[in-house]
Design a binder for this molecule. Structure first.
Ligand code: ACO
Length: 329
């Protein structure tokens, strides 16, 4: 990958959050937990839950429509659709194909990208290459998840963390700098720390797998916690240095919203002041690939990012994966 991606930028943003809110107090009635424990250990107060008839592509389409409207472009000019998700509608075809059909964008290339919580960042970087080399005029990148269908609602160590949502952006050529640099990485030897064991070719879904709850997300939270801080801080520093910048230049940091303590420790390690960090974890919990996408959309909508600001989006997730993007807004 080139160190610098010139003249590609975000020209539209949108998000969709399901209406139904599940609070920590609601969770107290389902598992042995408390609002106090969840808030202190994670920073989460509530999360959104998709209605039963909605799948990931439905959330994605609503976010995409909003991003297309926000960009002012014609949807026919979108040549590529990437959906970053770990909770696809089904194993095959890709969720992006359903999105393409529902949006009515005939012949656009479409595929899913699985890099867990780092997925939106990986997808933006992938799409930006196609724009930079003029393969497509515009790309639609969506981070969308319905994690509520993949958590075990009897497992208090995981079900309290996750929520559903979708965020989308349109990438295109811009006259001003846009995306300045990026850094991504991973460590597959740590794949066991976060996984949905059954439903793939390793362990096809079976009555036994269902009974053993292997279709649900399994996580070694403590181990991930330690690595997450180091991975996010390193990714942000490496991406900034590729752009010839340092943490002092950052006007707004959009971290993956997994745990407030991970975010606080990362921000401390980077030496960025807390008032420059955009947070929405309290309202939505961890929405995996949708987290940074929704946060970016909200940060812009709330006026937290002004023209000319240096913005860093950084995430880590299952895989393990990590990545950061530096943008000039
Ligand atoms: N309510 C009350 N008590 C609980 C709960 C709960 N919901 N969950 C766990 N506990 C208990 C545990 O049983 C344990 O009790 P014990 O000491 O009697 O054994 C105690 O609380 C401490 O448990 P820990 O797991 O050590 O708690 P920790 O402070 O590590 O917090 C957490 C757990 C929130 C999961 C944290 O480790 C974390 O956020 N990890 C990172 C998660 C993450 O970011 N995942 C990756 C992204 S997701 C993706 O990529 C899709």
């Amino acid at each position: 990958m080139k160190d610098k991606i010139d003249s590609v930028g975000i020209v539209g943003l949108g998000a969709y959050l399901p209406e139904k809110t599940l609070t920590n107090f609601d969770l107290e009635k389902i598992v042995d937990t408390s609002d106090e424990w969840i808030k202190t250990r994670t920073g989460i107060s509530q999360r959104r839950i998709a209605s039963p008839e909605m799948a990931t592509s439905d959330l994605a389409v609503l976010a995409a429509n909003s991003a297309i409207k926000n960009s002012g472009i014609k949807k026919e000019d979108i040549g590529l659709i990437i959906v970053a998700t770990v909770t696809p509608d089904m194993m095959m075809p890709s969720t992006a194909c359903f999105v393409q059909a529902k949006l009515g964008i005939k012949e656009a290339a479409c595929y899913d990208l699985n890099a867990a919580c780092s997925g939106f960042i990986f997808a933006v970087i992938a799409a930006s290459q196609y724009i930079a080399n003029n393969t497509y005029k515009y790309a639609l990148v969506i981070g969308a998840e319905v994690l509520s269908r993949f958590v075990d609602w009897k497992d208090r160590s995981t079900c309290i963390l996750f929520g559903d949502g979708a965020g989308a952006c349109i990438l295109g050529k811009v006259n001003e700098p846009g995306i300045l640099s990026a850094h991504t990485g991973g460590d597959g030897t740590l794949a066991h720390l976060l996984k949905i064991p059954a439903g793939g070719s390793r362990l096809p879904m079976s009555h036994k797998a269902l009974d053993d709850k292997l279709g649900f997300l399994k996580m070694e939270g403590n181990e991930i916690f330690k690595i997450a801080v180091r991975a996010m801080a390193n990714a942000a520093e490496k991406a900034l240095s590729k752009a010839g910048l340092s943490c002092k230049d950052v006007d707004c940091l959009i971290p993956h919203q997994a745990n407030i303590r991970i975010i606080d420790a990362t921000v401390k390690k980077l030496g960025i002041s807390k008032d420059k960090v955009f947070l929405n974890i309290a309202e939505y919990g961890n929405m995996s690939a949708a987290s940074t996408a929704v946060a970016l959309c909200e940060a812009v909508a709330k006026g937290k990012i002004k023209k000319g600001d240096i913005l860093v989006i950084v995430a880590f997730g299952g895989g393990l994966t990590w990545g950061a993007i530096v943008l000039k807004w």
